[in-house]
Design a protein. Structure first.
Length: 128
């Protein structure tokens, strides 16, 4: 019993260390193995607030630079959302605030909500 508990603890430690140092370990994986698992080669950790501010993801109404000055300990903004906003900025040639509004309206439309915030469902009760 004690032997299997030790094996389990050693295995759990190995899994945690592999997860912790995954970025370093992926660089040592040979290319044929990376070809079998395409997501391995595209792993990138979340950006920091500094990286996002340098990419233009800041404005007067959404001031990331204030987070940097205040020493915010969070990792940064949601990477997927940041990439979507940057793509909208590039594609639509709009500024950061306008791109955020466009993205939010797309999310609203996907969930059946009008840009004003009211539901598009005719059966929805909006006033009593």
């Amino acid at each position: 019993m004690l032997f299997w508990l030790s094996v389990l603890a050693l295995l759990a430690l190995l899994v945690m260390l592999t997860f912790r140092y995954r970025v370093t370990l992926i660089s040592h994986v040979p290319n044929p193995v990376k070809a079998l698992f395409p997501r391995l080669g595209h792993y990138a950790p979340l950006s920091t607030f500094e990286d996002q501010a340098n990419a233009g993801v800041t404005s007067e109404s959404f001031d990331i630079e204030a987070n940097i000055r205040d020493g915010d300990t969070r990792v940064g903004l949601d990477e997927r959302g940041t990439q979507e906003v940057l793509e909208i900025m590039r594609r639509e040639r709009v500024n950061f605030d306008q791109a955020r509004v466009i993205r939010q309206n797309q999310i609203f439309a996907a969930n059946g909500i009008s840009p004003s915030g009211l539901p598009l469902d005719s059966k929805a009760v909006t006033r009593l």
